[in-house]
Structure formats: structure tokens, C-alpha cells
Write a protein that binds this ligand. Sequence first.
Ligand code: GLY
Length: 559
Amino acid sequence: MLKPLRTLFILTALLVVSACATVPSGPGRTAIASAHPLATRAGFEIIDRGGNAFDAAVAVSAALAVVEPAGSGLGGGGFWLLHRQADDYQVMLDGREKAPLAAHRDMYLDAESNFIPERSKDGALAAGIPGTPAALALLAEKYGRLPLSESLQPAIRYAQQGFVIDERHRRLLRFRRQVLTADPVAADIFLENGAVPQRGAILKQPDLAETLEKLAESGREGFYAGETAAKLVTGVQAAGGIWTLEDLARYRVVERRPVQGEYRGIRISSAALPSSGGIVLLEALQILAGYDLSSLDNITRKHLIVEALRRAYHDRALYLGDSDFIEVPVERLLDADYATGLRSAIRLDRSLPSTYLSDDLPEDPEGRHTTHFSIIDSEGNRVAATMSINFPFGSAFVAPGTGVLLNDEMDDFASRPGALNGYGLTGGEANAIAPGKHMLSSMSPTFLDDGERVAVLGTPGGSRIISMLLLAVLDFAAENGPESWVSVPRFHHQYIPDVIQYEPGGLTTEEIEQLGKLGHQFREVSYRYGNMQAVQWHRQTGRLDAASDPRGLGRAEVR
Ligand code: GLY
């Protein structure tokens, strides 16, 4: 080698070595934020046993299924967004529920084609085929280091030994008490003589522990075949549901490419269809990217955020559904020129009502639950997972002998074009019910990466999930950290109803007055919503932070 060339080579090698020495491939410690302290603890227990972020994700998911039964569970589904650091590989495990094979588009309508909301929310007929057990099995087999028999241990222990129920659990029980009372098995597990248990009561779930043990022993077959499957199908059919053994046998998790895009130098990976989350989030950000938000006054900034959300949610209603069943114009919705077109109809001096996008806007009811956790392990592997059984305590139906509370995710379909679901979301043909189809979701587990900082975040909150994520991304862009993202005062617009919804304190009196002058209408939500869980790693400094939403009772920890 020529001398100058060799010197150059050595210098380059030294630079590479020193860069590697100062920027390790992982943070060297682990951060976990989840909606329940026992779930966070379960994750660390599995890390301490030699597991990676994916094993910890199995443990946290299963623990949440036991200790936060109002939000998620084996009878539900979710999306697990994964980043494997060794080969920079990202994938979304789609463990979303599916409509049973005997489902049909009019199954929640009466003889006059009126939508009967209770049918898609309460009881066995409201339940889609669960995806969570299959997702946990795949997560362990393909991405983890430990067998399910190890990573499910904390959850099995919590189900056997019980745990003290918290105030949030009691509040959600009060909300669903009536429906839970209708199912003697659910009432026996969650209520005490039909009433909400006293503060400090211990909830034990021996049937659920057994179901978890079968999953631990036999993997997906332990749930989707054999004794558990038989009990589930018998129980559902006896209660008027339409599940068959074939539904369970055919259920498969789909590994999907996350939706990816960029906002002002921040790379964003988020949930792909059948979640609308990633698309709506990126479409709204694409609209906002045409403005320099940091140079605008507070009112104009909030006005533009609302106008961007209005348009992105409008497109959600028009175009989004299960891409395994319908053609969705994802590329167009995320195209910069398409965003420019949408932006051209946004005025800075007034809001344009949703009727300009379409007429005939129905009224909206309310409802929400779900859960989320975020993990970065010492090697830099990441998991953002949002899981749900839909409404608090799902369909409020437990198949006898399983301890498994079933979801009421069928309500996330558009049961009749234009009809509103429990989140006040409208939808059309794209999200109509069909056998084996995934219902559209808003769950949005998300990764952010601006080269220096890596963030993992997400939240429950039904249709408001996406706007909460949007506000968090803008806060990340403003160089704030996880404590700030999870605390940001929240406001929301979803095209229909044509109002800015805000949590108490989400907008100030002055902001309401000023935004009102631009033509906006408002509705204060009666409680502070969301339960965001977030972690962040600074590549350069090695700093690792975790934060749990102050609105919830979760726990964020770095070890
Ligand atoms: N069940 C709430 C959602 O998936 O968006």
C-alpha cells in the first residue's frame, strides 16, 4: 500500500474504532415503561434471567393481561412494533383480532337495518378471534431467547397468587359493572356479590393461570387447539356467539412492514394497517411539515394541528380498512404532493367545518380503554406494544373454565356505513364486516429517531390515540424528553364530531376564546385521557430515560 494511502487507511480505521468506542450499539441498561408496576417488574425479572427486550415484552404483555384485565388480555389483540438492533430490522407483529368466519356485514343490525350498538359491545357476539396468545408465542419463538415457559412465569404467578386491585381498576369496574353482572362467570371473577370489590381487595384468577400454563407448555397450540380452544368455542356458542374451532385453528399473526416516514429530520416508524395509526399520524405530520410551527404563535399552531387532524381522520373514514381485503391508497395518502393539496384548503384565519369535507355528520357517543408499554434493552432492541380488548373489560364475557375475558373489538368495524362506533368514529365500505377480516384500529405503537435520540412510545385512548401521538412527536421535535411527552396537555379532533375535544386543562380559557374566534367548536372531555408510556435513549451521551403518564398508575424504570 502506498504510504499516504496507508496513513489514510489507519486514520480512517482509528476514527471508526473511536466512533464505535464512543457510540455503543446499545445503551448498556434497560428501560421499561408500562401501565402497571407489576408488569414493569415482570419485564425486569425476565431481563434479569437473561432475556432480551422481546422476552421482556412477552412477560409484560402477559402480566398486563392479568393485572390490568380492563385494558388487554389473552382474549384480545394488539400490535407489537419491534426493532432488532443487531441487523437494524423493524417489523410489526399484527396480532389484531379477526371477525369470525360466520360473521356477516349486517350482524349488528335489526330488521329495519338500524345499528344496535350493544350487540357489538356486550357479550360473546361482540368478540373477534383473539390474536394476543399467538403474538406472544411468535415473539418468544422468533425474536426472544427464553422459552414461553420462562417468560410467562411472572404472569402465571400473579394470576395464581393474586394482586391488590387499584383505584383505576375499581373505577372501570363501576363503568362496566352492569354488563359484567350479565355473565355469571365474569361476575364471579371480577365482582363481589355483584358489587365492585372494596379498596385493597385481592384478585386471584386460577382459571386464567391454567390457561397461561397451557400456553407456556404448548405455545400457540396451547390456546388455539385442544382443551382451551374447546372451552372457548363451547362457552361462546352457548352465550349466543359464533366462534368455531376452525376460527381458532386458522388464526395467524401477520408480520408487517411498519409505516415509515419523516418529519423535520425525525424518522418515524409506526403501526401499519389494520391499524390506521401510522397512516393518520404521518398524514397529519406531512400536512404540518409545510409550516414552520416553531415560528408561529400558539393559537395558529394549535389551529393548524386541528386542521391537519381533521383531514387525516377524514381520510381514515373514507379509505382505511384491512389491506388484506381491500385496496388502500397508502402511498397517495402519505405523498408530499397530496399533503400540499390538503394544505392549500387550510386557512390560517378560520376553521373550515367538517361539512366541507362531507355532509351528514352523525352524533357521537363515548368509550375507551386499551394499554401500552415501551422497552429499550441494553443492546438497543426496542418494543412498542399497544394491546386491547377494546372497551373496559372488553365484552364482559368470560368463557367458562378459561378465565379469559373476551374482547368486544367487533365494535371497531363500521357496522353500517356512516354509523358511529363506541369511539364516535365513522367508517364506510373499507371497514365493513367480512369473515376473517381485521377490524380497523387506532393503536399506534411508534418509534422516533432523529439520529441522536431514539424514542419508543404509545398510549391507549381509542380514537384519541393518534392525536396524543401527534402532540408527543411535536414535543419530541421541540427537543423535549419523555416526561414532557407523557404530560403534554391534550386536545383532539377526529373530523366527526366537528369539535375540538380537550381534557380538563388541555386548552386554556384564552386558547378556547381565541380558537373560537377562528370558528372552532369545543367539547371538554370529563376526565384527563390517555396513559402514555415512553422511553428514550440518547446515542451520544448514553442517557436512558423512561416516563409513565401522570394520568395513570404505571411505572417507568431504568436499570
Ligand atoms: N379498540 C381500539 C382500537 O383498536 O383502536
